[in-house]
Write a protein that binds this ligand. Sequence first.
Ligand SMILES: C[S@@+](CC[C@H](N)C(=O)[O-])C[C@H]1O[C@@H](n2cnc3c(N)ncnc32)[C@H](O)[C@@H]1O
Length: 210
Amino acid sequence: MLRIAGKKGKNMRTFVIRARKASIRPDKVFAQVGSDEHFEIIAHTLANAFYYSNGMRENVQVYVVLDSSPDFPRTLKFSSNEGLSFPGFHERAILEVIVSALTRGAKVTKDSVLPIQPGIEICGFGFDTLMKGLQEKAPTYLLDSKGEDVRNVEFQENALFVLSDHLSMPKNSIKGLERRGLTKISLGKRVLFASQCVVLVHNEMDRQGR
Ligand SMILES: C[S@@+](CC[C@H](N)C(=O)[O-])C[C@H]1O[C@@H](n2cnc3c(N)ncnc32)[C@H](O)[C@@H]1O
């Protein structure tokens, strides 16, 4: 699932965003925009993870974990190196792709992975299973305003960045991440939107030439 090297030998940047109340039901996606569930955070985070002024970044992948489900959580994987495209970078364009992916991925079974379209897969599992797999292969950085200043961190290759949406990451999940090896990194004391964190991480990595 996790591609280890990026294109042309470049580092892969991987983001995991855990959306605590985001629904796996396609008919609920737009209803959760601007509500307590704040599905719009996912669209903003994807836009900032993939787009820059001149186009789409290579060597980026984003896992969106959707926690709200009557059976088991789902994770959508977006990968710019696998032919990902959106019909635009505005909120509606991105959310429509998510609605389509959830509709077409409705048959995914627990613990399996189903390709949806170039650059998009749906996984029949949530955060803990995903992270167990990813942490075996990638150095993991949890975005945390109380962590180590990002400017003092020399990132390892193929870094994996983990963040939550508007709700805190559960303490038990953090303990699991720590057991497998984790660095907490801070972008400053001010608590930012997840989508803003992604921009700042890209900026730090770009400036380090990674
Ligand atoms: C809107 S914040 C979540 C706020 C939530 N009440 C909490 O305390 O975690 C979304 C995510 O962005 C990341 N984040 C926000 N501000 C940050 C900062 N200054 N440094 C590092 N990560 C930050 C964290 O991963 C956080 O879970």
